[in-house]
Design a protein around this ligand. Sequence first.
Ligand code: CA2
Length: 150
Amino acid sequence: MRILVLHGPNLNLLGRREPGIYGRKTLAGINRELEEAAEELGVELRIVQSNHEGELVDEIQKAREDCAGILINPAAYTHSSVALRDALAAVALPAVEVHLSNIYAREEFRRKSLTAPVVLGQISGFGADGYLWGLRALVKKIREARAENG
Ligand code: CA2
């Protein structure tokens, strides 16, 4: 089983700026932890970071061909992108949304997620751990659904 991990705009800067909000881990460090968890869970990951909305949409569409689910931090596009929301809804793959910070405890404009209504669930405010919990939750949901459907 393959899972697409999608990191949105500016997450490539992690660890270098604003550690008070986003923590000290770099994106490479988070990806390493995800790969370790994936090995433990017996799943394969395709990890992509992009600063471009259209590329993120392309990746979501491609996932329909060869992925069982999507773990996504849409970053700033969470609050603005109808295109990402539509892509997630269109592929209809099980997805989990992750945020390093608690988006509901920040500026007003971050308190609305356009993508949350089209994913299984959201984890927000637990730093890099949220990605690991999100991956576990996603794989569990996919396996449960497969078991139910024979
Ligand atoms: O808390 C999160 O994970 C966010 O998705 C991060 C986004 C932000 O726009 C969302 O509201 C919440 C920002 C990602 C940019 O990360 C940076 C990392 C270091 C320095 C500057 C930005």
